[in-house]
Design a protein around this ligand. Structure first.
Ligand code: CA2
Length: 148
């Protein structure tokens, strides 16, 4: 059975490609979805790509992914939680509770930026962490998820 690779994007990532191209590049979130689609096809995965500006919705999606993974229907989640990375105990608890394999992803190298971006509530409960590869990081993360 083809397993699902979830790609969840958090707050403001719908603005990709419209502002701050020096940090996040010029590609839009639709471009990122197309890249992910290609990568999933290459690795025999079925893409489920989403974005939300709502913390609770992201929590609910992680629960859903955990259930799908427990049933053998999903490989895991690539999560760019945006700024919730640095603030959300709720997302930390959701990942821990849902038991989903989560790869934390950031387009930019958060450690080379402001100090408030250096701490992540996601990293301690993530299977892997990736930052600074631009939007190509999504492709690399899908390759990594396929190999777990
Ligand atoms: O580097 C990343 O992927 C981040 O997760 C992006 C978040 C930021 O808060 C994290 O520290 C690092 C911000 C996403 C906002 O994206 C925008 C894109 C274009 C214009 C404005 C915001």
């Amino acid at each position: 059975m083809t397993k699902i690779a979830y790609v969840f994007n958090g707050p403001n990532l719908n603005l990709l490609g419209t502002r701050e191209p020096q940090i996040y590049g010029a590609q839009t979130l639709a471009d990122v979805e197309a890249l992910c689609q290609q990568a999933c096809a290459a690795h025999g995965l079925q893409l489920d790509f989403r974005q939300s500006n709502n913390e609770g919705e992201l929590v609910t999606w992680i629960h859903e992914a955990g259930r799908a993974q427990a049933e053998g229907q999903a490989a895991g989640v690539i999560l760019n939680a945006g700024a919730y990375t640095h603030t959300s105990i709720a997302l930390h608890d959701a990942i821990k509770g849902a038991g989903a394999t989560v790869i934390e992803l950031h387009i930019s190298n958060v450690h080379a930026r402001e100090a408030f971006r250096h701490h992540s509530y996601i990293s301690p409960v993530a299977k892997a962490v990736m930052a600074g590869f631009g939007v190509k990081g999504y492709v690399l993360a899908i390759e990594g998820l396929a190999q777990f």
